[in-house]
Design a protein around this ligand. Structure first.
Ligand code: PLP
Length: 659
């Protein structure tokens, strides 16, 4: 609820975001303390904060969910999950997951030669599975079979039939018995953004006729026992549990028939797809939500598989899942500083045209009448049409030389005045009823643009690419009612560089309510759930590189908790500044300009040399003083070694910023 503005001395109503890594009753710390630590370490924003305990907790949660479903159902197999490292290959992330998964024989999945080199180095547990997905060449296959030479459970998953003879040939050359996985193209498939991962026209997997041919090939060579695993993946972010169950049903029947044909399949791999509720509605209707939780997922998979195995009278296989998103999404938070706003039709702009002057043109007077007569919501449609028509008329007259620039500016200012008057009626969902769509659209477009120091293409690429919604929240001032309807614009020179889809009102909205910036004060917002795919797929658009990072652990790890999640609440007690609650284990510096230059094959030294040559020739010609030239050269040099993002820009007041 709205609170009175905080008194400057009272931290109790500070409204800063608290982190409760062990749930609301466990230890807690203040995200603003983390921000202070980041500043003290001389790191600039934007900055990723990784809560490594959360990764650990997600691994435990998933494994325990399957193990508890298996034990409560008396299921005949066990669970052997794998983490697909493509979802986040960062060393610290993989380290943490492997360590947390050790008691569960949790394995890894690779989709390329590069990933396989990592996975072979990290997955040394002979009981844990290594899944090799993706298209494979001879080298990939030799690398995978090297794992078999070491006695590990490295399963080469056959994605297309033509791979099979090569795998068998190379295995025989290397004198090793391969572990084969057969990936099936199921007819069941997910819906939404990743729909095309499944179904008859999917990129990977064997059709049923191909599967039959694979069985023949194995039988011809007496290698039926090498087929150890059956695999399918019907898409990421499965929003409905119904789809999961249908896929398991279809896959389980195929498994049963293959077993009856004599294949020695021991593992049933349901792929990835376990969702993340990015918008918190648990609805499953929006691609950013889902209608089930991890326990329900595990239970339904095991139950459905068991039922079909019993019906078909075949052994109950070990269950493998390849969840990536649900393991890594929660652990990463991108903290971004806001350094200014852009407001269309600002109160100042409107105030400047609100008083009539002598000899105003007729169109200006008529526009004034439209503003004056807009007194209630019921007049929205009519007033909006009139205002638009008047604005168009003013433009035509201006083009014909019949309207002065001053009068046209007044018409525009008054047009924004009409739009601003309408805005309260377009804000809440219930009020939007009977408001014309164009009026709602213009109100959304008139949202303030908060200038945020980050690149959407580096930090939340899925928002740009596939309209994925991420929770975005101010990290402080949470006891003050946010009054500015806003969108976020990033610092790339790209009109697509904006976030205009937010979690609001138990769903999504095109705008987010943010606080008015205070002169001389930083304003931080957090972009949550960015640990899956975003970290890895981000690109160098505009040469904005990788972000600074800090890795955080809570003081003490408690083994017995069920669910470790980052839970945001509003601080209602004074901050006790307890340094035991968390510690920064590691700092990873983000890219400097020189790092990004190097990646694009520029030589930073060569650029410095070129700049020095230009400065020298300017000094020689007398257009630069030597001292000034040297200082400029040093400045250029320091820029090559600086962070790629904007440096400590603090909002001061309207249109002014300070470094
Ligand atoms: N396994 C395979 C074969 C995949 O293609 C993917 C990603 O789409 C995954 C696992 C990971 O899926 P998710 O991140 O939805 O768990």
């Amino acid at each position: 609820p709205p609170q009175p503005p905080p008194s400057p001395t009272s931290k109790a109503v500070d409204g800063t975001m608290q982190v409760h890594p062990l749930g609301l009753k466990g230890p807690t710390f203040n995200i603003m303390d983390v921000i202070d630590d980041i500043k003290e370490k001389g790191l600039q924003f934007p900055c990723i904060v990784r809560f490594l305990d959360i990764l650990r907790a997600r691994v435990i949660l998933l494994n325990e969910a399957f193990l508890s479903a298996i034990s409560s159902l008396n299921y005949g197999g066990t669970y052997r999950g794998v983490y697909p490292i493509k979802v986040n290959q960062m060393k610290e992330v993989v380290d943490e997951i492997v360590d947390a998964g050790r008691p569960f024989h949790y394995g890894l999945e690779a989709g390329s030669k590069g990933e396989l080199t990592v996975v072979l180095g990290y997955n040394t547990d002979p009981e844990a599975i290594t899944c090799c997905n993706g298209y494979k060449d001879e080298e990939y296959l030799r690398l995978a079979l090297l794992g078999r030479k070491l006695g590990r459970k490295v399963v080469v998953i056959v994605e297309k039939l033509t791979e099979l003879p090569h795998i068998l040939r190379i295995a025989s050359e290397m004198s090793v018995e391969p572990y084969l996985g057969l990936r099936c193209k199921l007819t069941s498939r997910g819906s939404g953004k990743w729909e095309s991962s499944g179904g008859d026209f999917a990129k990977f997997g064997l059709t049923l006729p191909e599967l039959m041919r694979a069985v023949e090939v194995l039988k011809e060579r007496g290698m039926e026992r090498c087929a150890k695993l059956i695999h399918f993946h019907v898409g990421s972010q499965l929003t409905e549990l119904r789809v999961v169950k249908e896929a398991v049903m279809e896959g389980a029947r195929i498994y049963a028939k293959l077993r009856k044909m004599g294949l020695g399949i021991e593992y049933f791999d349901i792929g990835g797809g376990l969702g993340v509720d990015y918008i918190g509605t648990r609805s499953g209707e929006d691609g950013s939500s889902m209608n089930y939780d991890v326990h329900e997922y595990a239970y339904d998979v095991v139950y459905t598989l068991m039922r079909i195995c019993v019906e078909e009278d075949v052994p109950q296989p070990h269950v493998v899942s390849e969840s990536g998103r649900a393991i890594t999404a929660h652990h990463a938070l991108v903290i971004v500083n806001i350094f200014g706003t852009i407001t269309v039709g600002s109160p100042e702009e409107i105030a400047a045209v609100s008083t009539p002057t002598d000899n105003e043109h007729r169109v200006v007077q008529e526009m004034r009448n439209i503003v004056g007569s807009y007194t209630s919501r019921s007049k929205t449609a009519k007033s909006w049409q009139d205002a638009q028509a008047k604005k168009d008329e003013a433009l035509q007259m201006f083009k014909l030389g019949l309207l002065s620039l001053e009068d046209r500016a007044k018409v525009e200012g008054l047009y924004w005045a009409v739009a601003r008057k309408m805005m309260p009626y377009t804000k809440s969902r219930s009020r939007k009823l009977r408001i014309p769509k164009e009026a709602i659209d213009i109100a959304d477009k008139m949202a303030d643009q908060y200038m945020a120091n980050f690149s959407i293409f580096q930090s939340v690429v899925d928002h740009w690419g596939i309209d994925q919604t991420f929770p975005i929240i101010p990290l402080h001032r949470l006891c003050e009612e946010p009054s500015r309807d806003s969108i976020l614009v990033d610092i790339t020179c790209d009109s697509d560089g904006k976030v205009d889809n937010f979690v609001e009102d138990y769903g999504t909205d095109k705008t987010i309510s943010l606080h008015t910036l205070r002169p001389g004060e930083d304003y931080y917002i957090g972009i949550f759930l960015t640990g899956a795919y975003q970290d890895i797929m981000g690109n160098l658009h505009n040469m904005f590189g990788r972000l600074n990072e800090v890795h955080i652990y809570i003081g003490e790890w408690e083994k017995n908790f069920q669910l470790l999640l980052l839970v945001a609440s509003i601080a209602d007690t004074p901050d006790d500044d307890d340094p035991e609650d968390y510690y920064i284990e590691e700092v990873i510096r983000g890219d400097r300009v020189a790092d990004v230059l190097g990646r694009l094959f520029y030589n930073p030294q060569d650029l410095v040399r070129r700049m020095k040559e230009s400065l020298t020739s300017n000094i020689r010609s007398g257009s630069l003083k030597p001292k000034e030239g040297v200082a400029l050269g040093e400045f250029y040099d320091s820029m090559i070694n600086s962070y790629t993002y904007l440096k400590a820009i603090i909002y001061e007041s309207k249109n002014r910023i300070r470094d």
